[in-house]
Design a binder for this molecule. Sequence first.
Ligand SMILES: [Zn+2]
Length: 343
Amino acid sequence: MKAAILNESSKPLIVSNVDLPEKLQFGQVLVKVYYSGICGAQINEIDAVKGPDKFLPHLLGHEGSGIVQDIGPGVTTIKKNDHVVLHWRKSSGIQSPTPIYNWNKKKVNAGWVTTFNEYAVISENRLTAIPKDFDLKIAALFGCAITSGYGAVNNDAKVKIGQSVLIYGMGGMGLSIADACSLVSANPIVGIDLHQNKLELSKQFGVTETIINDNNEQVKNKIHKIFGEKGPEVVFETTGNSKLMENAYEMTPNNGKTVFVGVPNDKISIYSLPLAFDKKIEVSHGGDSIPDKEIPRYINLSRDKGIDFSKFITHEFNLDDINEALKLFRSGKAGRIILKINE
Ligand SMILES: [Zn+2]
């Protein structure tokens, strides 16, 4: 089967034939992957931002959808032929050993979930079964993009009806956060980004006002103009850029909340005194989502309330063109990019 392999850090992925492990172990599930998303976590893995990568070569990808081909011993929550979402957050079921694939007689490592490969051995607790009539392309977004953004709003920030919100970065995560803020009737919902096209797109996700991030002082003036003396009640930072994290904290008023989405990997400098009063910082880890509880809710929402999650997808690529897709992701010009792994 075909897979994209990270053989060397900071280099293009190698798309090549890889052999599956010979047999499924306790808690493992074999899935034919149909669609996968791409997110910043894979870019960080490729660039080895957390330090030297001791798992090379390895497979990648942590949000996808597919159909179960076989189940290993002990698996009870998933059956053969189930349609499933592949997610990196833990759910119910067993946490299996991680699989080892084979590439030209070389061992290839993989985590509990990988999605940039045609078939994947996945840990039972990284899978959630979904109705067979639900669109698998949309389902891939529930592996990270939507659950993380919605979770950041619901579980971490706990945005209330009518609260004012400012969002730094209108990439896939920013759009998902805006959409969730719109579902809970936040007002206004203001988006900041470097790219005008992403700001335009964000209006389809409930963003009520946009600010182009061209000049720091002007941006601050525009924020003051929109939110007035009170300032935004909740400020989300989705880029992980240390300067923007500092800005997001600075623009949060003393009784407000800054939510850092993703794992910060840099030193930032903030004025800490307001933390002794009522200013709060939350760090959202994948929206602290609980996939097997939240994915069924979102599927029902889509079915009963006509929410069209396909608006998140701005580009689609085949697995062979994954390096092109990663380049587009790095350019910051895309919303959510979907890889068509099998169709
Ligand atoms: Zn992700």
